[in-house]
Design a protein around this ligand. Structure first.
Ligand code: SF4
Length: 354
């Protein structure tokens, strides 16, 4: 953990590793997803709109190089960032012909200020060939895989229309881990039908896997989604800020201390957000979480009870760090202390499908 934050934050990790401010640049490669192109479904996950959680830059005709160029000058000015991670975010970025994917990754890595990639995708969309390709890039660059899990409860994955199982996620983690690529897992708090205990079980499940980072998202309602219908029918209600803060803090407490936290708040598009409106206040939400954890003496790993499956080679270890790597953060030991489990239970809304 770094500074005064009660969790291990991503910016500090990148800064220690590269010796300067490194900023992620969100890219839209114009790909699709099996949950949209008809292979698994056409409507997508219940919370996803037509942009596939992306920027829509590809539809505007911007190439990867153009997207990088314009974001770099903005981020260099705003954050004094010197290096960048190219984040393939929209849709499923390992889903497509291998040669097309390779050329997209190469285009991003060709930028002299790009130190690596973050490749966002579904766990059921990652072939051995794509992993081989990304493993080859990892000899010279930092390559993160970002898998959307959302919940470790299969019935929830059915409810939200994910189209993959928890086991397919675990399989992707094992295959990625064998190649020494670091893994970031996306989870969502406040999914329909989930209790607080369901969400904490997702944290316990992840705590036992060889992953290196998480992104914890708030479920918010976006225009043009099935979730918007459920919300308007009154069959889905959003978490309050206090509930989210309490759940996110507890989630962090159950994770091992070495897991990097890449995200703790949602980042809704103002014109697309339906509810909750408090989701727009990113800084305020983060501050509320820090205040809550500070006042109660909570911190990441406080309730973690050992047992993480370790990869044969730690993807964040110095020997696998690759060129450009500075100081690498080692794994911290298990934390101790903490009290018994208190079952937090609030989200019990049953969605009406129809
Ligand atoms: S897998 Fe991702 S891109 Fe595809 S529908 Fe679900 S959220 Fe959208």
């Amino acid at each position: 953990m770094s500074g005064k934050k009660p969790y291990r934050d991503f910016n500090s990790y990148l800064c220690e590793r590269f010796g300067c401010r490194v900023q992620k640049i969100t890219l839209d490669a114009g790909l699709t997803c099996p949950n949209r192109d008809g292979s698994l479904g056409r409507h997508g996950c219940i919370y996803c709109n037509e942009r596939g959680s992306g920027t829509g830059a590809s539809r505007s005709g911007l190439s990867i190089t153009q997207q990088l160029r314009s974001a770099k000058s903005y981020l260099a000015k705003k954050y004094k960032a010197k290096k960048f991670l190219a984040y393939f975010q929209s849709f499923s970025n390992t889903y497509g012909p291998l040669e097309r994917l390779r050329s997209l990754y190469e285009e991003a890595l060709a930028d002299e200020d790009v130190v690596g990639l973050s490749v966002g995708t579904r766990p059921d969309c990652v072939s051995e060939e794509v992993l081989d390709c990304l493993e080859a890039f990892s000899a010279k660059s930092l390559i993160w895989m970002e898998y959307g899990l959302q919940s470790a409860k299969d019935s929830t994955l059915v409810t939200i229309g994910r189209g993959h199982s928890v086991e397919s996620f675990a399989d992707a983690v094992r295959r990625t881990c064998r190649r020494g690529l670091p893994i970031c897992v996306h989870v969502i708090l406040g999914l329909p039908g989930e209790t607080g205990e369901d969400m904490m079980n997702t944290a316990r499940f992840l705590a036992a896997l060889p992953i290196q980072a998480v992104k914890i998202h708030l479920l918010y309602v976006v225009r043009g989604t099935l979730l918007e219908q459920w919300y308007r029918w009154g069959t889905y209600s959003c978490l309050s800020r206090e509930e989210y803060v309490s759940l996110a803090a507890r989630f962090l407490e159950l994770l091992p201390p070495h897991v990097i936290v890449q995200r703790l708040t949602g980042d809704p598009h103002p014109e697309e957000l339906v509810a909750p409106q408090w989701a727009m206040d990113k800084q305020g939400n983060l501050q509320a979480l820090l205040t809550h954890m500070g006042e109660k003496g909570l911190y990441q790993g406080r309730l973690f009870r050992g047992g993480t499956e370790q990869p044969a080679g730690d993807p964040l270890s110095p020997t696998l760090a690759g060129p450009g790597a500075g100081t690498c953060l080692g794994r911290s030991g298990e934390s101790s202390g903490g009290s018994g489990e208190h079952v937090w239970c609030r989200v019990d809304t049953k969605p009406r499908v129809g």
